[in-house]
Write a protein that binds this ligand. Structure first.
Ligand code: ZN
Length: 331
């Protein structure tokens, strides 16, 4: 179990004073688990499948068994462990109460208490997107920032807002649901959330494809995009790079939406840095350069001095952030 990253666990010179802990990124298909030393060095990581049977009742017991197995296998003293941080795909209150995680088929209960009872360790749970933002702020694209906004432009749009080094949770743990900020009051198609005109409808990978299809439908101009059967976000960026006028036009619309979206967010929390992650961010610098002029146009002048970067931890952001959650709580 686990990939050992070559760290001589208890033979370190700092030895007995060193504290350790776990970061868990709970997804609808797999659970990513990582073991860290308190500095944030990831010592090992592994995955277990997410068992969705019977309303997901086996998920936390499976995680507990995996963690306890790892602890035993590696002779890790319980008193060297700070605890477990866990990112969950749904709203989590500051006390650790999940409120209906559709992906996991969970109802309402306290994750902190349940996983703590199963493992004998302190537990802190948070929403997966906000936890990933905390990870990027600590060890990734937002490293060194005390104020940061992370926008994950994936199938949907998720986010996390860090203010004064702390992840913003809000009264019910739903702060940072930036994907459902309305950008277009005239929208006629509904978002997945049931509202109309959400950022997610234009700025996610699916949104890029949607905007492109609309752009194509509104023009007779020739475009290589018309020959592509299952158009993807990457196709749009590739065609734009190759000079396709319609692809470029579609991306300009996306950049304008993103510029307005991120500008409004910066006017709310005045971050030092914006970190972009998710599938759309794979376009790289071309995306950052595309957004900038629109951002500069829409943001209030005093909030214009913001650095744009790409997320750098990839799939590990959630585990890093989850560990940081427990580290901040008990470390
Ligand atoms: Zn929405």
């Amino acid at each position: 179990m686990g990939t050992n990253m070559g760290f001589p666990q208890r033979a370190s010179k700092k030895g007995h004073n060193m504290k350790y802990g776990f970061g868990v990124d709970l997804g609808g298909t797999t659970v990513k688990i990582a073991y860290f030393e308190e500095s944030g060095n990831m010592l090992s990581k592994w995955e277990i499948p997410t068992d969705l049977q019977e309303q997901g009742k086996n998920i936390l017991p499976d995680i507990a068994a995996s963690l306890l197995g790892y602890i035993k296998e590696n002779n890790i003293p319980m008193d060297s462990l700070l605890g477990i941080g866990i990112g969950v795909p749904g709203p989590v209150s500051p006390e650790g109460i999940v409120n209906r995680c559709e992906n996991l088929r969970w109802g309402v209960f306290n994750v902190n208490e349940t996983l703590s009872r199963l493992t004998g360790l302190p537990v802190r749970a948070g929403n997966d997107a906000t936890v990933a933002a905390l990870g990027e702020c600590w060890k990734g694209g937002g490293q060194g920032c005390k104020n940061m906004i992370m926008a994950t432009l994936g199938t949907g749009v998720g986010g996390g807002i860090v203010v004064n080094g702390q992840i913003l949770l809000g009264a019910h743990g739903a702060a940072g649901e930036i994907g459902h900020i309305v950008l277009n009051r005239e929208e006629t198609e509904p978002c997945n959330c049931g509202k109309y005109g959400c950022a997610e409808q234009y700025c996610s990978a699916t949104g890029v494809v949607r905007v492109t299809k609309r752009t194509l439908a509104a023009t007779d101009a020739p475009s290589a995009l018309r020959q592509i059967e299952n158009l993807t976000c990457k196709d749009v960026f590739d065609c734009a790079k190759a000079g396709d006028a319609v692809a470029k036009q579609a991306l300009e619309k996306v950049y304008a939406y993103l510029g307005e979206f991120l500008g409004n967010l910066c006017d709310t929390t005045n971050p030092e840095r914006i970190v972009l992650g998710g599938g759309v961010s794979k376009a790289g610098d071309v995306l950052l350069k595309g957004i900038r002029p629109y951002f500069d146009k829409f943001v209030f002048h005093a909030n214009r001095d913001v650095e744009f970067t790409l997320a750098s931890l990839g799939n590990d952001a959630g585990a890093y952030g989850a560990f940081k959650l427990i580290l901040d709580a008990v470390g």
